[in-house]
Design a protein around this ligand. Sequence first.
Ligand SMILES: [Fe+2]
Length: 285
Amino acid sequence: MVLKLIMIGDVVGEPGLAVLEKLLPSLIRDEGADFVVVNGENAAAGFGITETDKTRILNAGADIITTGNHVWEKREFWPVLDAEGGERILRPANYPGKPVGRGWKLIQKNNVPWVVINLQGRELMTPIDCPFRAFSCVETLGAQATEIHPLLDTEGTIPDLLKETGAIVLVDFHAESTREKEALGFYLDGRAAVVAGTHTHVQTADERVLPRGTAYITDLGMTGVSGGVIGMDAAVCQDRARTQVLYRMTCAVPTPAQPSELQGILVEIDRETGKAVSIRRLRVS
Ligand SMILES: [Fe+2]
């Protein structure tokens, strides 16, 4: 039996939310997707996510929302990460200490256990805990893990979680460095069904199934206005880059010439082995 997974890149602002609501339901139906992961860390006008944004993304068809460094932007959203029902949204697992929210989640859907793990990179970003060790911690402790702590890591452990539950393991690696992303992809090859990068908002053309059966792409891209700069207004981004003044970025506005796009991947996964069969880029407008 082959399972179909859709993972969607960072939803940027109202244009991203609107195109997600317009296109994701039909995409799920047409592709026969069994499970959908959407990164929503930029849904709130490019910075963070609100409770309304969360509801809109879930109603559009996401089974779970992943995030990244921008998840902390809206202070009023923090309780939602911990709240009843907040289990369908993740923040990166490898933040030190005990921040609110959850970094990974096991979701049963149609008798298939899906484990979604949200990790964040450290290269060219805030130096949080090691994402490699954080994955191993989740993998080793499985359902017993109530928090992620890198000291509990045992690197190189056999994937007990996958073995014991037959779970399909998905990773959203929110990271800047292509080197760090590819390294994690190979590190998790055979231990996760999918390692998909997010954060740069630029979809990469390196999707492939790694030798031990992990589908990999360095970045899913973004869901928003394709003609802007990472979904934001190009003029403001130029001013910021030229002057190094942190002018407030606003979302790009969709036009016929620069419409909103939905970007991500479609992955086929063998239910019996938990390994990827194929990976295909999605870019729909
Ligand atoms: Fe983002």
